[in-house]
Write a protein that binds this ligand. Structure first.
Ligand code: CA
Length: 229
């Protein structure tokens, strides 16, 4: 049974979410402030977190960021303001999904199920002896460091491969160019982030059908990139 943590300070909303999720067979725990929510998320074994943005104690932005530093479980953020959704995206906190209040409980349940299923697939894929990521027509063999697009092998340089593999392993997370530079080039970025742009362009030329409408690596204007699944 999947365990879900709700971090929400409005009791009526938290109870409603809990009722619907329990009816769908989930085990649900509620924490009503950011401090306890973060402690529970990090200290216990939850499969998914539903995280309100405005919380007493530590706010949802910070809770999300700190969970993501240690765990890759799905995080679904909820907020009363539409503007906040853009802010959450822009900050690249690593949330997997966003919902604006009020939302229908059945939509929440549907999204929770979708994220859990996706996460289980990713975790399952990571446990194979061949460390292979397959998304639509793209196949990345991390063990052999080889890439195929629709069955046709493409040649990648070391850094192109590292960048593609990193993005594909962390789908739907928005990364800034600075973050990608640090991740892949393993040093502190000092204004050399143009390298990232150049590598993204080369990767797209190899994996995208139409580089002007990328289906894998999406540009988030003014922020960075994300791998779409
Ligand atoms: Ca709140």
């Amino acid at each position: 049974m999947s365990r879900i943590l709700i971090v929400e300070d409005e009791d009526s909303i938290a109870d409603l979410e809990k009722d619907y999720l329990e009816l769908s067979g989930f085990e649900v725990t509620i924490e009503n402030n950011g401090t306890d929510g973060l402690k529970a998320a990090l200290g216990e074994d939850y499969d998914l977190v539903i995280l309100d943005l405005m919380l007493p104690g530590i706010d949802g932005f910070e809770v999300c960021r700190r969970i993501r530093e240690e765990k890759d479980i799905p995080i679904l953020m909820v907020s009363a303001k539409k503007d906040d959704i853009d802010k959450i995206r822009g900050l690249g906190l690593g949330a997997d999904d966003y919902m604006t209040k009020p939302f229908s409980p059945s939509e929440l349940v549907a999204r929770v199920k979708a994220h859990l299923a996706r996460y289980e697939r990713l975790v399952g894929a990571g446990q194979k002896t061949n460390d292979v990521i397959e998304i639509r027509g793209l196949k990345i063999d991390k063990t052999a460091r080889r890439v195929w697009v629709d069955g046709e092998e493409k040649n990648f340089t070391t850094k192109e491969f590292d960048l593609l593999a990193f993005l594909a392993e962390n789908p739907n997370h928005v990364y800034t160019k600075e973050e990608l530079f640090r991740q892949v080039w393993n040093m502190d970025s000092v204004g050399d982030i143009a390298t990232v742009t150049v590598h993204i362009k080369k990767i797209r030329e190899k994996i995208e059908y139409d580089t002007s409408k990328p289906q894998y690596i999406e540009t988030i204007w003014g922020v960075g990139y994300r791998f779409k699944i």
